[in-house]
Design a protein around this ligand. Structure first.
Ligand code: HPA
Length: 270
């Protein structure tokens, strides 16, 4: 796996020597944030040797290198999901690659279903912690000693310092902010109402099909992590409504201007 990562790294380095400070992963429907930055270089995932290539509609699939304000960032426009059939080690490869490219801090974003009954579609939720009981750990298999230790601590996956940065950014932008625990399940099907009740009993506030595995891989290699979910819909059984990807996309579109302002304010203060 480390060899594969090094091959990807060399492949990127042939194209650009840009050194990002911050890595950003853009979730479903949130991909056009990449238009906000001053682009220095971009690379389609298909151009990177050995890189797992995303298949979901609405996920563009490229790294964008550039400046958000003065801050050098690498943005993943489109991520790799476990439900696409890749092993977890491939799902978190791009996250690890961002770390190897130089990013020491990482902002994860996603579209998620609202499990907490006080949430409504269009809310933003700062991730305070996560539950990954429903997925295999991305760290299963021989440990990559070059990246981190065999048994990494997960007691503060989402940095308290960066949580404070996000709270302040939301106030500065005049944008409401929920906080809560993100539960990652495999997808690609949406959950059943019983599964959502289970998530709630576990202590979850939002549910999705990404992010927590990336956060784990990032912590494994010592990156400072934070995350924001866009609550695009009420999770199954919270309302009578059936779930579909169009609602997820429509809500993400509706709040995208606010989302972009919030993300920029977070990045420049990270
Ligand atoms: N469940 C899982 N993933 C999601 C959801 C959901 O309700 N909404 C957006 N991503």
């Amino acid at each position: 796996m480390y060899q594969k990562l090094m091959t990807c790294l060399e492949s990127v380095r042939k194209k650009t020597d840009f050194k990002p400070e911050i890595g950003v992963i853009l979730g479903s429907g949130l991909g056009d944030y990449a238009d906000e930055i001053t682009v220095e270089a971009a690379m389609n995932y298909t151009e990177i040797e050995g890189f797992p290539v995303s298949t979901v509609a609405g996920h563009k699939g490229r790294f964008v290198f550039g400046y958000a304000g003065e801050i050098p960032v690498v943005i993943m426009q489109g991520r790799v999901h476990y439900y696409e059939g890749y092993p977890m080690s491939d799902v978190v490869l791009p996250t690890r690659l961002m770390g190897m490219l130089g990013a020491r801090k990482i902002l994860l974003t996603n579209a998620a279903g609202g499990v907490n009954e006080n949430f409504k579609p269009g809310d933003f939720m700062m991730i305070t912690d996560h539950i990954t009981t429903g997925i295999p750990s991305p760290l299963i298999g021989s440990n990559i000693d070059e990246l981190g230790v065999r048994f990494p601590d997960m007691s503060e996956v989402y940095s308290k310092r960066l949580q404070e940065v996000i709270r302040n950014a939301a106030v500065t932008c005049g944008i409401g902010l929920q906080e809560g625990v993100y539960v990652q399940l495999t997808g690609p099907n949406y959950e059943t109402p019983a599964e959502i009740r289970m998530c709630r009993m576990w202590g979850g506030d939002a549910v999705g099909m990404s992010t927590a595995c990336e956060a784990m891989a990032a912590r494994h290699m010592g990156l400072e992590v934070c995350g924001i979910s866009c609550i695009t819909n009420l999770a199954a059984g919270v309302s009578d409504k059936k779930l579909d990807h169009k609602e997820v996309q429509d809500t993400a579109d509706r709040v995208s201007a606010e989302f972009k302002r919030l993300v920029t304010e977070v990045i420049v203060n990270m």
